[in-house]
Design a protein around this ligand. Structure first.
Ligand code: MLT
Length: 264
């Protein structure tokens, strides 16, 4: 794992392989290790970049509170440092929200988008309220209540029933997050822009992936994005919940690989 100071934050990142660059943006409240299967699968053919958002995994908190805008600037800073002019950007859930923010500000740096288990709409008032409550819980009690709340939402029924090792891996990632990083990301997500209007302006090749058992951002959200993004493809992964890349890594990787092949 390498470290780099960007925008007054120390970011932990990986840069493996060579070829067409692809950046994987992790979900809340996990870290870049959620992409281990993808780093292993793609680094023989691509330059693969993963990193921990500020406040997660091995990255420090920033001097300013986290926001989706700061996430986009951190990603831009990392790409500049790595001298990558443009890359395929693959974001899952919060990573997808960040991908929208990045596309809005830095469209020339996006060669293609892979939007996984995410949505374009902003939070409802009720959704914002529940993020604020979760942020208070994280600040007061640390990660245990976050693990308890998030595991049943993040994982699909099939995974919860049949893959205890996947649930354990996800718990481990949440344990590694800083409670203040969790709180700041929750406030950042609550304040994020609505990206619905952006969808019709996306002109790069786009792949939308969703697990059929995703309860947080269900297939209906993916279908809405697919209808509004001109050059988009939609793939539904069976027996996967919100963390499709972790729950069904082989199918996920093949889906992304087929898409990337069309770009080269
Ligand atoms: C995520 O998986 O990144 C989060 O669950 C997204 C969200 O809470 O909206």
């Amino acid at each position: 794992m390498k470290k780099l100071k960007i925008n007054n934050t120390e970011l932990a990142y990986r840069d493996e392989g060579s070829g067409q660059p692809i950046v994987f943006l992790h979900a809340f409240p996990l870290n870049q290790t959620m992409w281990n299967d993808q780093v292993a699968a793609f680094s023989s053919s691509h330059r693969v970049i993963t990193f921990d958002w500020r406040g997660f995994g091995a990255s420090s908190l920033g001097s300013e509170p986290s926001s989706l805008a700061s996430f986009a600037d951190d990603l831009a800073g990392l790409l500049d440092h790595l001298q990558i002019k443009s890359a395929a950007i693959c974001g899952l859930s919060m990573g997808g929200y960040a991908a929208f923010g990045f596309y809005r500000k830095y469209p020339d740096k996006v060669a293609a988008l892979v939007l996984c288990d995410t949505r374009a709409s902003a939070d409802t008032e009720e959704g914002k309220q529940s993020r604020h409550e979760m942020a208070s819980l994280a600040r007061q009690q640390g990660t245990p209540p976050i693990i308890e709340a998030m595991i049943p939402r993040l994982l699909g029924e099939t995974t919860l029933r049949t893959k205890p090792q996947t649930a354990e891996r996800v718990k481990e990632m949440i344990r590694a997050a800083q409670p203040e990083g969790i709180a700041q990301a929750l406030f950042g997500m609550a304040q994020r822009d609505d990206s619905t209007e952006l969808l019709s302006k996306i002109t790069c090749p786009t792949l939308i992936i969703v697990g059929d058992e995703d309860k947080l951002t269900p297939p209906s959200d993916a279908e809405k994005m697919h209808l509004s993004i001109a050059f988009s493809q939609l793939r539904v992964i069976n027996h996967a919940g919100h963390l499709a890349n972790l729950e069904e890594p082989s199918v996920f990787n093949q889906t992304v690989r087929d898409f990337l092949k069309q770009l080269s």
